[in-house]
Design a binder for this molecule. Structure first.
Ligand code: GLC
Length: 485
Protein backbone atom coordinates (compact mmCIF):
# COMPACT_ATOMS: atom_id res chain seq x y z
CA UNK A 1 0.00 0.00 0.00
CA UNK A 2 1.00 3.59 -0.44
CA UNK A 3 0.41 5.39 2.86
CA UNK A 4 0.63 9.14 3.49
CA UNK A 5 0.84 10.05 7.16
CA UNK A 6 -0.02 13.56 8.28
CA UNK A 7 1.44 14.37 11.68
CA UNK A 8 2.64 17.31 13.72
CA UNK A 9 5.41 15.35 15.47
CA UNK A 10 7.85 12.60 14.55
CA UNK A 11 11.12 11.61 16.18
CA UNK A 12 13.86 12.71 15.73
CA UNK A 13 12.51 15.84 14.00
CA UNK A 14 9.94 17.18 16.46
CA UNK A 15 8.68 15.93 19.78
CA UNK A 16 6.57 17.17 22.64
CA UNK A 17 5.04 13.82 23.60
CA UNK A 18 4.53 10.13 22.82
CA UNK A 19 2.93 10.99 19.47
CA UNK A 20 6.42 11.64 18.06
CA UNK A 21 7.70 8.18 19.01
CA UNK A 22 4.62 6.47 17.64
CA UNK A 23 4.62 8.23 14.27
CA UNK A 24 8.32 7.48 13.94
CA UNK A 25 8.22 3.79 14.89
CA UNK A 26 4.93 2.97 13.17
CA UNK A 27 5.92 4.57 9.87
CA UNK A 28 9.26 2.73 9.79
CA UNK A 29 7.60 -0.55 10.79
CA UNK A 30 5.10 -0.26 7.95
CA UNK A 31 7.92 0.58 5.56
CA UNK A 32 9.80 -2.54 6.60
CA UNK A 33 6.67 -4.54 5.92
CA UNK A 34 6.90 -3.48 2.29
CA UNK A 35 4.58 -0.48 2.18
CA UNK A 36 5.52 2.84 0.65
CA UNK A 37 5.21 5.34 3.49
CA UNK A 38 5.49 9.14 3.48
CA UNK A 39 5.41 11.10 6.73
CA UNK A 40 4.41 14.73 6.25
CA UNK A 41 5.60 17.08 8.98
CA UNK A 42 5.79 20.87 9.30
CA UNK A 43 9.34 22.20 9.13
CA UNK A 44 9.55 23.84 12.52
CA UNK A 45 12.32 26.25 13.48
CA UNK A 46 14.46 23.56 15.09
CA UNK A 47 14.54 21.44 11.91
CA UNK A 48 17.27 22.44 9.47
CA UNK A 49 16.11 22.47 5.85
CA UNK A 50 17.76 19.38 4.40
CA UNK A 51 19.22 21.18 1.37
CA UNK A 52 20.51 19.02 -1.43
CA UNK A 53 17.43 16.80 -1.18
CA UNK A 54 14.50 17.02 -3.53
CA UNK A 55 12.41 20.15 -3.07
CA UNK A 56 9.10 20.97 -4.68
CA UNK A 57 7.71 24.48 -4.81
CA UNK A 58 3.95 24.61 -4.54
CA UNK A 59 1.41 27.39 -4.65
CA UNK A 60 -1.08 26.66 -1.93
CA UNK A 61 -4.35 28.59 -1.62
CA UNK A 62 -4.93 30.40 1.66
CA UNK A 63 -7.93 31.86 3.37
CA UNK A 64 -7.23 35.50 4.17
CA UNK A 65 -10.32 36.92 5.82
CA UNK A 66 -13.55 35.87 7.38
CA UNK A 67 -16.18 35.29 4.69
CA UNK A 68 -18.73 38.07 4.89
CA UNK A 69 -22.30 36.84 5.03
CA UNK A 70 -24.14 37.52 1.79
CA UNK A 71 -21.00 38.67 -0.06
CA UNK A 72 -20.72 37.67 -3.70
CA UNK A 73 -17.74 35.56 -4.71
CA UNK A 74 -14.93 37.58 -6.23
CA UNK A 75 -13.86 36.59 -9.70
CA UNK A 76 -10.45 35.04 -10.11
CA UNK A 77 -8.39 32.70 -8.03
CA UNK A 78 -8.04 32.73 -4.27
CA UNK A 79 -4.75 34.13 -3.01
CA UNK A 80 -1.95 31.61 -2.74
CA UNK A 81 1.31 31.35 -0.86
CA UNK A 82 4.51 29.53 -1.77
CA UNK A 83 5.35 26.41 0.18
CA UNK A 84 8.42 24.22 -0.23
CA UNK A 85 8.11 20.51 0.38
CA UNK A 86 11.46 18.89 1.15
CA UNK A 87 11.74 15.15 0.73
CA UNK A 88 14.17 13.13 2.81
CA UNK A 89 14.65 9.56 1.61
CA UNK A 90 15.24 7.14 4.47
CA UNK A 91 15.65 3.38 4.44
CA UNK A 92 12.07 2.53 5.35
CA UNK A 93 10.10 5.71 4.63
CA UNK A 94 10.21 9.21 3.21
CA UNK A 95 9.93 12.23 5.46
CA UNK A 96 8.40 15.25 3.73
CA UNK A 97 8.83 18.59 5.44
CA UNK A 98 6.30 21.29 4.66
CA UNK A 99 8.27 24.52 4.76
CA UNK A 100 6.41 27.80 5.22
CA UNK A 101 8.47 30.05 7.51
CA UNK A 102 5.65 32.49 8.24
CA UNK A 103 3.69 29.60 9.73
CA UNK A 104 6.30 27.35 11.30
CA UNK A 105 9.54 29.24 11.89
CA UNK A 106 8.55 30.10 15.47
CA UNK A 107 9.67 29.13 18.97
CA UNK A 108 6.85 26.64 19.67
CA UNK A 109 5.04 23.94 17.72
CA UNK A 110 1.53 24.91 18.76
CA UNK A 111 2.09 28.02 20.83
CA UNK A 112 4.06 29.53 23.65
CA UNK A 113 2.10 29.26 26.87
CA UNK A 114 -1.19 29.35 25.00
CA UNK A 115 -2.09 28.28 21.46
CA UNK A 116 -1.04 30.49 18.55
CA UNK A 117 -4.05 32.46 17.37
CA UNK A 118 -3.51 31.35 13.80
CA UNK A 119 -3.28 27.59 14.45
CA UNK A 120 -6.32 27.08 12.23
CA UNK A 121 -4.53 28.80 9.35
CA UNK A 122 -1.18 27.11 10.06
CA UNK A 123 -2.52 23.58 10.08
CA UNK A 124 -4.95 24.22 7.23
CA UNK A 125 -2.01 25.41 5.13
CA UNK A 126 -0.10 22.30 6.20
CA UNK A 127 -3.00 20.04 5.19
CA UNK A 128 -3.52 21.74 1.82
CA UNK A 129 0.21 21.56 1.08
CA UNK A 130 0.15 17.83 1.82
CA UNK A 131 -2.71 17.30 -0.62
CA UNK A 132 -1.05 19.49 -3.26
CA UNK A 133 2.21 17.54 -2.94
CA UNK A 134 0.35 14.24 -3.21
CA UNK A 135 -1.38 15.49 -6.37
CA UNK A 136 2.02 15.92 -8.01
CA UNK A 137 3.26 12.44 -7.04
CA UNK A 138 3.40 9.64 -9.56
CA UNK A 139 0.70 7.75 -7.72
CA UNK A 140 -2.09 8.70 -5.31
CA UNK A 141 -1.84 7.20 -1.83
CA UNK A 142 -4.23 4.41 -0.89
CA UNK A 143 -4.51 5.74 2.62
CA UNK A 144 -4.32 9.22 4.08
CA UNK A 145 -3.54 8.58 7.76
CA UNK A 146 -3.88 11.58 10.08
CA UNK A 147 -2.81 11.87 13.69
CA UNK A 148 -4.61 14.05 16.25
CA UNK A 149 -6.28 17.43 15.66
CA UNK A 150 -3.38 18.85 13.70
CA UNK A 151 -4.32 16.51 10.83
CA UNK A 152 -7.96 17.65 10.94
CA UNK A 153 -7.72 20.18 8.09
CA UNK A 154 -5.91 17.68 5.81
CA UNK A 155 -8.72 15.16 6.31
CA UNK A 156 -11.40 17.84 5.97
CA UNK A 157 -9.88 19.18 2.73
CA UNK A 158 -9.53 15.66 1.34
CA UNK A 159 -13.20 15.05 2.14
CA UNK A 160 -14.15 18.37 0.51
CA UNK A 161 -12.26 17.36 -2.65
CA UNK A 162 -14.16 14.08 -2.76
CA UNK A 163 -17.45 15.90 -2.30
CA UNK A 164 -16.64 18.32 -5.09
CA UNK A 165 -15.18 15.88 -7.61
CA UNK A 166 -17.00 12.73 -6.56
CA UNK A 167 -15.20 9.93 -4.83
CA UNK A 168 -13.26 7.78 -7.29
CA UNK A 169 -11.02 4.78 -7.11
CA UNK A 170 -8.19 7.32 -6.90
CA UNK A 171 -9.46 8.88 -3.69
CA UNK A 172 -7.40 7.84 -0.68
CA UNK A 173 -9.18 6.26 2.25
CA UNK A 174 -9.08 8.43 5.34
CA UNK A 175 -7.86 7.02 8.64
CA UNK A 176 -7.44 8.97 11.88
CA UNK A 177 -5.54 8.00 15.02
CA UNK A 178 -6.58 9.76 18.23
CA UNK A 179 -3.63 9.82 20.61
CA UNK A 180 -5.31 12.15 23.03
CA UNK A 181 -8.89 13.41 23.31
CA UNK A 182 -7.97 16.27 25.63
CA UNK A 183 -6.69 18.48 22.80
CA UNK A 184 -9.20 19.37 20.09
CA UNK A 185 -7.65 22.25 18.19
CA UNK A 186 -10.83 24.16 18.98
CA UNK A 187 -11.31 27.26 16.80
CA UNK A 188 -13.87 29.75 18.12
CA UNK A 189 -16.24 31.35 15.62
CA UNK A 190 -13.97 34.35 15.01
CA UNK A 191 -11.09 32.09 13.97
CA UNK A 192 -12.98 29.31 12.19
CA UNK A 193 -12.59 31.10 8.84
CA UNK A 194 -8.86 30.34 8.98
CA UNK A 195 -9.50 26.77 7.83
CA UNK A 196 -10.98 28.08 4.60
CA UNK A 197 -13.90 25.67 4.67
CA UNK A 198 -17.46 26.53 5.67
CA UNK A 199 -18.10 25.84 9.36
CA UNK A 200 -19.92 22.52 9.64
CA UNK A 201 -23.68 22.75 9.89
CA UNK A 202 -25.45 21.96 13.13
CA UNK A 203 -22.35 22.26 15.27
CA UNK A 204 -21.49 24.83 17.88
CA UNK A 205 -20.21 28.09 16.47
CA UNK A 206 -16.62 27.49 15.57
CA UNK A 207 -14.75 24.41 14.43
CA UNK A 208 -13.57 21.49 16.55
CA UNK A 209 -10.74 20.17 14.36
CA UNK A 210 -10.52 16.82 16.16
CA UNK A 211 -14.31 16.42 16.02
CA UNK A 212 -14.28 17.19 12.28
CA UNK A 213 -11.41 14.77 11.71
CA UNK A 214 -13.44 12.05 13.44
CA UNK A 215 -16.50 12.89 11.36
CA UNK A 216 -14.66 12.84 8.03
CA UNK A 217 -12.45 9.77 8.57
CA UNK A 218 -13.62 6.41 7.30
CA UNK A 219 -11.91 4.55 10.10
CA UNK A 220 -10.80 5.94 13.45
CA UNK A 221 -8.65 4.33 16.08
CA UNK A 222 -7.22 5.18 19.43
CA UNK A 223 -4.12 3.67 20.92
CA UNK A 224 -5.40 0.90 23.19
CA UNK A 225 -8.47 -1.34 23.41
CA UNK A 226 -9.32 -0.23 26.96
CA UNK A 227 -9.15 3.47 26.08
CA UNK A 228 -11.29 2.76 23.00
CA UNK A 229 -14.00 1.53 25.39
CA UNK A 230 -13.43 4.21 28.05
CA UNK A 231 -13.57 7.01 25.49
CA UNK A 232 -17.16 6.13 24.68
CA UNK A 233 -18.10 7.48 28.12
CA UNK A 234 -18.60 11.06 29.21
CA UNK A 235 -15.80 10.73 31.78
CA UNK A 236 -13.08 9.83 29.26
CA UNK A 237 -14.39 10.96 25.90
CA UNK A 238 -13.25 14.58 26.16
CA UNK A 239 -16.63 15.74 24.85
CA UNK A 240 -16.37 13.52 21.78
CA UNK A 241 -17.84 10.30 23.19
CA UNK A 242 -21.00 10.65 21.13
CA UNK A 243 -19.08 11.28 17.90
CA UNK A 244 -16.99 8.18 18.64
CA UNK A 245 -20.04 6.11 19.50
CA UNK A 246 -21.63 7.11 16.21
CA UNK A 247 -18.76 5.38 14.38
CA UNK A 248 -19.82 1.96 15.66
CA UNK A 249 -17.33 -0.66 14.54
CA UNK A 250 -15.43 1.95 12.50
CA UNK A 251 -13.77 2.95 15.81
CA UNK A 252 -11.16 0.52 17.17
CA UNK A 253 -8.31 0.35 19.70
CA UNK A 254 -4.80 -0.63 18.60
CA UNK A 255 -2.22 -0.82 21.37
CA UNK A 256 1.05 1.02 20.72
CA UNK A 257 4.37 -0.78 20.74
CA UNK A 258 7.83 0.62 21.45
CA UNK A 259 10.88 0.59 19.23
CA UNK A 260 12.77 -2.29 20.80
CA UNK A 261 16.00 -1.32 19.06
CA UNK A 262 15.96 2.26 20.38
CA UNK A 263 14.84 1.04 23.81
CA UNK A 264 17.17 -1.78 24.77
CA UNK A 265 19.11 -1.93 28.04
CA UNK A 266 21.59 -4.28 26.37
CA UNK A 267 22.80 -1.55 24.00
CA UNK A 268 21.57 1.76 25.47
CA UNK A 269 24.62 4.09 25.34
CA UNK A 270 23.21 6.42 28.03
CA UNK A 271 23.55 3.76 30.74
CA UNK A 272 26.47 3.26 33.13
CA UNK A 273 26.32 -0.45 32.29
CA UNK A 274 24.34 -2.58 29.86
CA UNK A 275 22.28 -5.58 30.81
CA UNK A 276 19.59 -7.87 29.55
CA UNK A 277 17.29 -10.68 30.45
CA UNK A 278 19.12 -13.42 32.30
CA UNK A 279 22.05 -11.16 33.12
CA UNK A 280 20.81 -8.24 35.11
CA UNK A 281 24.05 -7.41 36.98
CA UNK A 282 24.45 -4.21 34.97
CA UNK A 283 21.14 -2.94 36.33
CA UNK A 284 22.73 -2.73 39.80
CA UNK A 285 25.43 -0.47 38.36
CA UNK A 286 22.78 1.71 36.73
CA UNK A 287 21.00 1.96 40.07
CA UNK A 288 24.17 2.97 41.91
CA UNK A 289 25.04 5.45 39.16
CA UNK A 290 21.60 7.06 39.30
CA UNK A 291 21.82 7.48 43.09
CA UNK A 292 25.34 8.90 42.88
CA UNK A 293 24.36 11.39 40.18
CA UNK A 294 21.52 12.78 42.27
CA UNK A 295 22.81 12.39 45.81
CA UNK A 296 20.28 9.71 46.72
CA UNK A 297 20.97 7.19 49.48
CA UNK A 298 20.73 3.85 47.63
CA UNK A 299 19.67 1.77 50.62
CA UNK A 300 15.92 1.90 49.96
CA UNK A 301 13.44 1.21 47.14
CA UNK A 302 13.67 3.77 44.32
CA UNK A 303 10.46 5.09 42.77
CA UNK A 304 11.00 6.80 39.40
CA UNK A 305 8.72 8.98 37.33
CA UNK A 306 9.36 10.48 33.89
CA UNK A 307 7.18 12.62 31.69
CA UNK A 308 4.93 15.61 31.35
CA UNK A 309 4.11 16.51 34.94
CA UNK A 310 0.47 17.37 34.44
CA UNK A 311 -2.86 16.25 35.88
CA UNK A 312 -3.32 13.66 33.08
CA UNK A 313 -0.22 11.89 34.33
CA UNK A 314 -1.36 12.00 37.98
CA UNK A 315 1.67 13.96 39.05
CA UNK A 316 -0.45 15.63 41.75
CA UNK A 317 -1.07 12.17 43.28
CA UNK A 318 2.67 11.56 43.46
CA UNK A 319 3.28 15.00 44.98
CA UNK A 320 0.58 14.32 47.59
CA UNK A 321 1.92 10.83 48.33
CA UNK A 322 5.61 11.81 48.43
CA UNK A 323 5.83 12.10 52.25
CA UNK A 324 4.45 8.60 52.68
CA UNK A 325 6.65 7.09 49.98
CA UNK A 326 9.62 8.44 51.90
CA UNK A 327 8.21 7.39 55.27
CA UNK A 328 8.04 3.77 54.04
CA UNK A 329 11.76 3.98 53.25
CA UNK A 330 11.45 4.92 49.59
CA UNK A 331 13.43 7.29 47.40
CA UNK A 332 11.72 9.32 44.74
CA UNK A 333 13.25 10.61 41.52
CA UNK A 334 11.14 12.66 39.14
CA UNK A 335 12.15 13.96 35.70
CA UNK A 336 9.97 16.23 33.67
CA UNK A 337 8.55 19.67 33.23
CA UNK A 338 5.13 20.84 34.23
CA UNK A 339 3.05 22.37 36.97
CA UNK A 340 5.37 24.78 38.81
CA UNK A 341 3.49 24.69 42.12
CA UNK A 342 3.47 20.87 42.26
CA UNK A 343 7.18 20.85 41.46
CA UNK A 344 7.75 23.38 44.26
CA UNK A 345 5.78 21.20 46.72
CA UNK A 346 7.89 18.23 45.82
CA UNK A 347 11.10 20.22 46.14
CA UNK A 348 10.01 21.37 49.59
CA UNK A 349 9.48 17.73 50.59
CA UNK A 350 12.92 16.98 49.18
CA UNK A 351 14.63 19.77 51.11
CA UNK A 352 13.83 18.04 54.38
CA UNK A 353 15.35 14.81 53.04
CA UNK A 354 17.72 15.62 50.14
CA UNK A 355 19.05 12.07 50.07
CA UNK A 356 15.53 10.77 49.47
CA UNK A 357 14.06 13.01 46.76
CA UNK A 358 15.47 14.27 43.46
CA UNK A 359 13.53 16.56 41.12
CA UNK A 360 14.96 17.14 37.65
CA UNK A 361 12.95 19.89 36.05
CA UNK A 362 13.85 19.54 32.37
CA UNK A 363 13.38 17.47 29.22
CA UNK A 364 16.41 15.16 29.06
CA UNK A 365 16.33 12.03 26.92
CA UNK A 366 19.46 10.44 28.42
CA UNK A 367 18.53 11.12 32.04
CA UNK A 368 15.13 9.56 31.35
CA UNK A 369 16.88 6.40 30.15
CA UNK A 370 18.98 6.30 33.33
CA UNK A 371 15.82 6.48 35.43
CA UNK A 372 14.11 3.68 33.49
CA UNK A 373 17.21 1.57 34.14
CA UNK A 374 18.17 2.65 37.66
CA UNK A 375 14.82 2.78 39.45
CA UNK A 376 13.18 -0.25 41.09
CA UNK A 377 9.59 0.84 40.59
CA UNK A 378 8.25 3.09 37.83
CA UNK A 379 5.24 5.27 38.70
CA UNK A 380 2.45 5.99 36.19
CA UNK A 381 -0.63 6.95 38.19
CA UNK A 382 -2.36 8.52 35.15
CA UNK A 383 -5.91 9.85 35.37
CA UNK A 384 -6.32 8.77 31.75
CA UNK A 385 -3.80 7.18 29.43
CA UNK A 386 -4.74 6.38 25.83
CA UNK A 387 -1.71 4.09 25.57
CA UNK A 388 1.38 5.16 27.49
CA UNK A 389 4.92 4.09 26.70
CA UNK A 390 6.72 4.63 29.99
CA UNK A 391 5.31 1.40 31.40
CA UNK A 392 6.47 -0.54 28.32
CA UNK A 393 9.97 0.91 28.52
CA UNK A 394 10.08 0.20 32.27
CA UNK A 395 9.08 -3.43 31.65
CA UNK A 396 11.84 -3.82 29.09
CA UNK A 397 14.38 -2.23 31.46
CA UNK A 398 13.47 -4.57 34.32
CA UNK A 399 11.73 -1.90 36.40
CA UNK A 400 8.31 -2.85 37.79
CA UNK A 401 5.53 -0.48 36.69
CA UNK A 402 3.09 0.79 39.31
CA UNK A 403 0.09 2.18 37.46
CA UNK A 404 -3.46 3.36 37.77
CA UNK A 405 -5.60 0.79 35.98
CA UNK A 406 -6.79 2.84 33.03
CA UNK A 407 -6.43 2.91 29.22
CA UNK A 408 -3.27 1.35 27.84
CA UNK A 409 -1.93 0.86 31.37
CA UNK A 410 -4.78 -1.55 32.10
CA UNK A 411 -3.96 -3.42 28.88
CA UNK A 412 -0.28 -3.90 29.66
CA UNK A 413 0.23 -4.10 33.43
CA UNK A 414 -1.04 -7.04 35.50
CA UNK A 415 -0.96 -6.79 39.28
CA UNK A 416 1.27 -9.48 40.73
CA UNK A 417 -0.69 -9.74 43.97
CA UNK A 418 -3.83 -10.47 41.95
CA UNK A 419 -2.07 -12.71 39.43
CA UNK A 420 0.99 -14.17 41.18
CA UNK A 421 2.01 -16.40 38.27
CA UNK A 422 1.68 -13.85 35.46
CA UNK A 423 1.78 -10.40 37.10
CA UNK A 424 4.35 -7.89 35.86
CA UNK A 425 3.68 -4.89 38.12
CA UNK A 426 1.25 -3.21 40.50
CA UNK A 427 -2.14 -1.60 39.87
CA UNK A 428 -4.61 0.56 41.73
CA UNK A 429 -8.00 1.87 40.72
CA UNK A 430 -9.18 5.12 42.33
CA UNK A 431 -7.17 8.27 41.54
CA UNK A 432 -6.43 8.91 45.24
CA UNK A 433 -3.04 9.35 46.94
CA UNK A 434 -4.05 6.73 49.56
CA UNK A 435 -4.56 4.13 46.81
CA UNK A 436 -1.20 4.97 45.27
CA UNK A 437 0.43 4.62 48.69
CA UNK A 438 -1.26 1.25 49.32
CA UNK A 439 0.01 -0.09 45.98
CA UNK A 440 3.48 1.30 46.74
CA UNK A 441 3.50 -0.58 50.08
CA UNK A 442 2.71 -3.81 48.24
CA UNK A 443 5.51 -3.10 45.78
CA UNK A 444 8.00 -2.43 48.59
CA UNK A 445 6.96 -5.70 50.28
CA UNK A 446 7.47 -7.63 47.03
CA UNK A 447 10.88 -6.01 46.51
CA UNK A 448 11.98 -7.33 49.91
CA UNK A 449 11.66 -10.90 48.59
CA UNK A 450 14.51 -11.33 46.10
CA UNK A 451 13.25 -14.48 44.31
CA UNK A 452 9.73 -13.09 43.97
CA UNK A 453 11.05 -9.81 42.61
CA UNK A 454 13.40 -11.55 40.18
CA UNK A 455 10.51 -13.61 38.78
CA UNK A 456 8.32 -10.52 38.41
CA UNK A 457 11.01 -8.54 36.61
CA UNK A 458 11.99 -11.49 34.44
CA UNK A 459 8.40 -11.87 33.22
CA UNK A 460 8.22 -8.19 32.31
CA UNK A 461 11.51 -8.27 30.40
CA UNK A 462 10.38 -11.34 28.46
CA UNK A 463 7.32 -9.63 27.00
CA UNK A 464 7.28 -8.59 23.35
CA UNK A 465 6.06 -5.02 22.93
CA UNK A 466 7.70 -4.44 19.58
CA UNK A 467 5.77 -2.82 16.74
CA UNK A 468 5.41 -6.06 14.76
CA UNK A 469 1.94 -6.93 16.04
CA UNK A 470 0.56 -3.36 16.11
CA UNK A 471 1.86 -2.64 12.59
CA UNK A 472 -0.01 -5.71 11.34
CA UNK A 473 -3.14 -4.38 13.04
CA UNK A 474 -2.77 -1.02 11.28
CA UNK A 475 -2.36 -2.90 8.03
CA UNK A 476 -5.63 -4.71 8.69
CA UNK A 477 -7.28 -1.39 9.61
CA UNK A 478 -6.10 0.14 6.30
CA UNK A 479 -7.51 -2.87 4.42
CA UNK A 480 -10.82 -2.32 6.15
CA UNK A 481 -10.77 1.39 5.38
CA UNK A 482 -10.08 0.62 1.70
CA UNK A 483 -13.06 -1.71 1.59
CA UNK A 484 -15.48 0.87 3.03
CA UNK A 485 -17.96 2.34 0.56
C1 GLC B 1 -0.57 10.59 23.87
C2 GLC B 1 -1.24 9.76 24.96
C3 GLC B 1 -0.39 8.57 25.38
C4 GLC B 1 0.07 7.80 24.14
C5 GLC B 1 0.75 8.73 23.13
C6 GLC B 1 1.14 8.02 21.85
O1 GLC B 1 0.53 11.26 24.41
O2 GLC B 1 -1.51 10.57 26.11
O3 GLC B 1 -1.10 7.71 26.22
O4 GLC B 1 0.98 6.80 24.53
O5 GLC B 1 -0.14 9.76 22.78
O6 GLC B 1 0.07 7.37 21.23
Amino acid sequence: MRIAMVASECEPFAKTGGLADVVDALSRSLGRRGHEVDVFLPRYRAIDPPGGGAAERLDVPVATAPPVAGARPVAGRPPTTEVIVWTIEEADRRVRLVDHPASFDRPGHYGEGSDYEDNGARFSLFGRAVLAALDLDHQRPDVLHGHDWQSGPALMWAAAQDDAAGRTAQSPSRVLTCHNLAYHGWLPADRAWQVGLPAPAGGREGIDLLGEAIATAGLVNTVSPTFARESLTRQYGGGLHEALRALGDRYVGILNGIDTVLWDPATDPALAANYGRGDRDGKENCRADLCARHGLDPSGPIFGMVGRLDPQKGFDLVAAAAHQLIAMGGRLIVLGTGDASLLADLRATGQAAPDRVAVIDRFDRDEARRIYAGADIFLMPSRFEPSGQGQLIALRYGTAPLVRRTGGLADTVRDVDEQPATGNGFCFDAAEPTELVAAARRAVAALASAPRWAALVERGMAEDHSWDAPAAEYEAAYERALALP
